[in-house]
Design a protein around this ligand. Structure first.
Ligand code: ASP
Length: 407
């Protein structure tokens, strides 16, 4: 029981506590002098994934017209969430292993230093907007699962099925295949993990992400079988190869966008349907503040697409912003986060070759980078990102390791 004496002495201690450290002393001192001196860019800068639509140009126009930086981020995220042909985000995203689409998203608004996040959200299209409403209308930062869905409905968002017909058929293909990649068993990071060996019979194993030439026959046979099954399931001929690829090597996707305007105001947002065929309830890096997205109004903003579990373990976006705080360039900071991922595997390329990661980074002065773990996709094309600083263009990512990934 609290007595009046306890209460009075605690109040006195609290008051003394307030006086002990001045606000100035309590603020972080570790921003490098070079970063403190930086001026905002002359033009806004957007760094993101190639969306193939008009939303990045529209977001840029919003920034020129003085819109809030997080509104500009959300504009791009909403467009992706609406696109049924983007199978990594929102409506049309590939589902979990039960055939249910679960969405993850988060956002950070530099000037207000606020953050919001939503994980494993079902039946609501715009996860990015839910994360923003969590940020603006609750005392929490993160809501997940059924609570998040209920919250979104109570805030006026429509409940709707997120599983598109195309995504449903791809899930059926994955399910019917029986031999496909799933997330059960010891992970890559476990000493118990075993490298998949070429199977004794041609159609009896998950194919590794980077199969050597000894897998050629297996891949040919499995692909032919799956193409036939895709036809039986009614998948349109021009969509079959993509569906087969998602079964054999589920790709990563996601959209992250970081922006800075001419006032030096920054925001970042990330939205995704996460890893295809994931275990229900799995939450990736995308809604984790500090992993999938991090914005610090003193320094810069960063976010990620790729192997979510690896990114969580290095708190990728926060690591990058913190490295920039100490004076690193966006590119150096991104490479440093990637090195920490490689370090987590002691440089074991037999494991690292299964991983993928791209970081999108902008600093408060408008300096930017796209940084990738690998330099090319499986087909040998370079890893890319989009920048808009008055002119929208695709640029090659800087990279840490020479080699290919599947996406
Ligand atoms: N990072 C996302 C996740 O792990 C996936 C992706 O970027 O495609 O959920």
């Amino acid at each position: 029981m609290t007595t009046r004496r306890d209460f009075l002495s605690r109040s006195a201690m609290t008051a003394a506590g307030f006086g002990a450290v001045t606000v100035g002393q309590a603020l972080p001192a570790q921003v490098a002098e070079s970063v403190k001196q930086m001026r905002p860019p002359k033009k806004p800068v957007i760094v993101t994934r190639d969306t193939g639509d008009a939303s990045i140009d529209e977001a840029y126009k919003m920034l020129l017209d003085g819109a809030d930086t997080l509104d500009a981020c959300n504009h791009v995220c909403v467009a992706r969430e609406n696109d049924p042909n983007d199978h990594s985000v929102g409506y049309g995203g590939l589902p979990n292993e039960d055939g249910v689409v679960e969405l993850d998203a988060c956002c950070m608004q530099g000037p207000t230093r606020m953050a919001g996040s939503v994980g494993a959200l079902q039946n609501i299209r715009h996860a990015c907007l839910v994360s923003r409403i969590v940020m603006e209308r609750t005392g929490h930062v993160m809501l997940v699962g059924r609570g998040a869905e209920h919250f979104a409905v109570m805030e006026g968002l429509k409940r709707e099925d997120m599983l598109s017909d195309d995504a449903r058929k791809m899930w059926l293909l994955w399910k019917e295949d029986r031999n496909s990649h799933n997330f059960w068993g010891p992970p890559l990071s476990s000493p118990q993990w075993k490298q998949p060996a070429p199977p004794p019979t041609l159609n009896h194993s998950a194919i590794p992400r980077h199969p050597g030439p000894e897998w050629a026959d297996v891949i040919r046979t499995r692909s032919q079988q799956l193409m036939g099954m895709a036809g039986d399931l009614g998948i349109a001929p021009h969509k079959r190869a993509f569906a087969v690829e998602q079964v054999l090597w589920p790709t990563t996707g996601t959209i992250h966008i970081s922006v800075v305007n001419t006032q030096g105001e920054m925001s970042g947002a990330t939205t995704t349907s996460g890893q295809a065929w994931k275990i229900p309830g799995r939450v990736g890096d995308s809604p984790i503040i500090g992993a999938g997205c991090y914005t610090d109004q003193d320094v810069g903003s960063a976010g990620a697409t790729g192997s979510g579990e690896e990114n969580i373990k290095v708190a990728g976006a926060h690591t990058i912003v913190d490295c920039m705080r100490q004076g690193m360039s966006p590119k150096e900071a991104g490479l440093e986060a990637l090195r920490r991922i490689v370090r987590n595997y002691n440089g074991d390329m037999n494991k690292i070759r299964y991983l993928d990661m791209i970081y999108y980074i902008v600093r408060k002065d408008g300096a930017y980078a796209g940084v990738s773990l690998w330099n090319t996709t499986a087909s040998g094309s370079p890893k890319i990102f989009v920048v808009h600083d008055g002119e929208k263009r695709i640029e090659k990512c800087a990279w840490l390791l020479d080699g290919k990934t599947t996406n």
